[in-house]
Design a protein around this ligand. Structure first.
Ligand code: XLS
Ligand code: NI
Ligand code: NI
Length: 443
């Protein structure tokens, strides 16, 4: 096999926080125990196929300049797909990433007919199975690209034309089976165009029912074929369309309940999408965990001042540690993990830039994990939180929550006893200082 990443001859190793070697991990030490699991088991790192290997670096204003020889349009598509896959697995292995993620069309050419699309996918899935067997790299999730082809311009499941719905269903059937064949831990649906650009031509009620029906079909098929991975929805408020139905975790939870899919489907939270929906990443994790639908994470961040999906590598421990803390509070990942749905900046054209981005991102997650675990183990924030809610464990709190007090009962209580509790400090600044102390100290 021809080597592609020639500047990185050896797998990336851990060298410790004092290392200045840009091709070593400073914080990610895969086998280091953090609480009851190793770092690798906690983080379950995955590399995404699409931005890393299928994207030439173009933006809406110009062509891409990335060094990706397999994207040359003059190549025979299946041969190009095989070369791309060899380079992708070389990267996964050298980075030491235990998982990868893909869309159907990232690994297999679309072809010109459905028959060709299906045959290409089948062939490339066998090729992937062989690479996985050889390298030990596993599949975190698969997904179908239901937003690229012009047939999906008005949505896939939410399209006004049922034949488009059928075509999307067929594509998902193929991709779900491919994911199952490759032992995927999850299957993701990102509703890229499930929403609308203008209400003037849109029937929102119908479209939501269609989306509920579509997801039900996916869940039924998952059970029919015995796929035991988790089905995940990836919430995003907008982009590419103006309004997307899976706006954020709380919206998705209401949607799942409405269509009877609670307990069947969880969420894949993207840091970037949280920002776009006006939330912090930690908020999205906490809300999903409270609803029992926390599944997996796309670790790529946005930019607070840009209203689009910049897909940047995470590099702020200050921000990421708070999200990882919520993940640990929720018990950590089960089938999920941290996928790097990340894009290099357009000027990062060298092969090795792909390593720099991932190494920095993985180190950010590793250090955030250490901070989060230390805060959790010491009960640094938990003590104040439980004291704050202490009243709810007392007689009054318990009786209210057990449904044993009516509005009239509470009125009687307050009127008869002049109940007027004094406010207490929420101590936000003191808590923020606690977090900073952990960030400074962790080693
Ligand atoms: C786009 C999404 C996409 C999904 C997979 O914003 O993040 O990349 O993760 O379809
Ligand atoms: Ni995104
Ligand atoms: Ni994503």
């Amino acid at each position: 096999m021809t080597e592609f990443f020639t500047e990185v001859p050896e797998p990336i190793r851990y060298a410790g926080p004092d290392s200045d070697d840009p091709l070593k991990f400073r914080w990610y030490d895969a086998d280091r125990m953090v609480g009851d699991r190793t770092m690798a088991e906690h983080l379950r790192i995955a590399v995404c196929y699409w931005h890393s290997f299928s994207w030439p670096g173009n933006d809406v204003f110009g062509d891409g300049g990335f060094d990706r020889p397999w994207l040359d349009p003059a190549l025979e598509p299946m041969a190009a797909a095989r070369t791309k896959m060899a380079a992708a697995f070389e990267f996964f292995e050298k980075l030491g990433a235990p998982f990868f993620c893909f869309h159907d069309h990232d690994i297999a050419p679309e072809g010109t007919t459905f028959a060709e699309e299906s045959a290409n996918l089948e062939a490339m899935v066998e090729e992937a199975a062989a690479h996985m067997e050889r390298t030990g790299v596993r599949l975190l999730w698969g997904t179908a690209r239901l937003f690229w082809h012009p047939r999906y311009m008005a949505g896939a499941a939410t399209n006004p034309n049922p034949e488009v719905f059928a075509r999307a269903a067929a594509q998902v059937r193929n991709c779900l089976e491919a994911t199952h064949r490759l032992g995927g831990a999850n299957y993701v649906l990102w509703g890229g165009r499930e929403g609308y650009d203008t209400l003037l031509n849109t029937d929102v009620g119908r479209e939501l029912d269609q989306l509920g029906r579509f997801l039900t079909l996916v869940v039924e098929h998952k059970h029919a074929i015995g796929f035991d991975g988790t089905i995940l929805i990836e919430p995003k408020p907008q982009e590419p369309v103006k309004h997307q139905y899976d706006h954020d975790s709380q919206t998705v939870h209401a949607f799942l309940q409405r269509y009877g899919l609670d307990g069947e489907v969880k969420v894949n939270i993207e840091v970037n999408h949280a920002t776009l929906s006006g939330h912090d990443f930690a908020h999205e994790v906490a809300v999903a965990a409270a609803a029992g639908i926390f599944g997996s994470v796309d670790a790529n961040r946005g930019d607070d001042r840009l209203g689009w999906d910049t897909d940047q590598f995470p590099n702020s421990v200050d921000q990421m540690a708070l999200g990882v803390y919520e993940i640990l509070r929720a018990g950590g990942f089960t089938t999920g993990g941290f996928n790097f749905d990340t894009k290099l900046r357009r000027q990062s054209i060298d092969r090795t830039d792909l390593f720099h981005g991932h190494i920095g991102g993985i180190d950010t997650l590793a250090r955030s994990l250490l901070v989060a675990q230390a805060m959790l183990a010491d009960g640094a924030l938990a003590d104040l939180r439980s004291a704050r809610y202490g009243g709810w464990d007392g007689d009054l709190g318990r009786a209210i929550m057990a449904g044993e007090r009516s509005l009239a009962d509470l009125h009687r209580l307050v009127a008869g006893n002049e109940v007027d509790p004094a406010p207490r400090s929420g101590r936000q600044e003191a808590l923020e200082n606690v977090v900073n102390r952990y960030i400074e100290r962790v080693r």
